[in-house]
Design a protein around this ligand. Sequence first.
Ligand SMILES: Cc1ncc(COP(=O)(O)O)c(C=O)c1O
Length: 400
Amino acid sequence: MTVATEATPALKLTERINRIEPSATMAVVAEADKLRSQGIDVVDFGAGEPHFATPQHIKDAAIAAIQGNFTKYTAVGGTPELRDAIVHRHAVDFDSDYRREDAIASTGGKHVLFNAIQVLVDHGDEVILPVPYWVSFKDIIRYAGGIPVYIETDESKGFAVTADMIERAITPRTKMIILNSPSNPSGAVMSPEDMTAIVKLAAQRGIWVVSDECYVYLNYTGRRFSVGSVRECRERIVVVGSLSKTYAMTGWRLGYALAPAAVVSAMQKLQSQSTSNPTSIVQKAAVAGLKGSQQCVEDMRTEYIRLRDHVVNGLRSIPGVTCNMPGGAFYAFPNVSSFFGRGGLKSAADVAGRLLRESHVAVVPGEGFGTREHIRVSYATSAAELDRGLERMRKFLGSL
Ligand SMILES: Cc1ncc(COP(=O)(O)O)c(C=O)c1O
């Protein structure tokens, strides 16, 4: 226990910061880094980021921006050029009709989600969140004073989320529904029909849909879809996008929202009192990404499909492991519950912890995503690295 003295007063943090927890994904990354710093060879399936380099034409645009002294403040919500590029890309790919004033650029998709939820969710508002969910949704909702209302999904039905399931969770206090397709962590992809039915239901009831579409371009089902194309419901939709995964730009920090202009304007106000504009140089790079050839995206997508098949086949060949075939993103989400009760293991966190400490394979335990039975395996790495990790997993799980 820390004893407060005059020199070291007891730290009293705000009630709102105490409402939230650090990201489970970041915790795994930190632990794997610690082992690595001790010289241990860790196979890392924990990090949620592409293993590809950022495409050359995007890097060139950033370098040109520096050389051209595009290094000053810009408009808070992004340059007109960037906002137009965001609108253009979405219109071409999803047949939407957003305008510049409906678009805002921020410092990553997470920042966009944070701002959108801050401006739309009040104390005591309920936010419907399908399980498994991406780690940060729950904490961002709580930080805003909202109450996450979890809806369970069925693994045997591919973690599908339907309008019926959502409808059963709606109460007079429901303010927002969060969708995330393709999903982190499960890789599940919602059908365009289910997504459309949900946004129509939400619009009828005056409920917001925040659709996190950060993986929308990493869809392997052949049915890529954005709720932003349901034009008649646009007044209740916030589409969240990011360049992080699409263009292998996680470190650059550029995300965006497409939403009713009044919501964009409120998000801009919040941004003007916190981060201000996303980095000027990154905005130029983002324009190059959004307006340039999309062949790089297609090439990465093709490779992810190959890696997905590789890792899912490998996981399914380990006795006791079951694994759905993910339809998008770059995560496999195997069920490891058949090992509970063996070797003292009781939960996914136990499996992930022992895998890291004893076999030096980093995966993220399902608890951070609302499930105790799964581990998340990121396959954004080489096939050789997947094989190394799979072999270690096979040995560890086989020894139980
Ligand atoms: C579902 C989902 N949404 C949003 C983000 C945020 O990405 P970024 O802030 O890098 O754009 C991530 C990152 O892992 C994610 O998986």
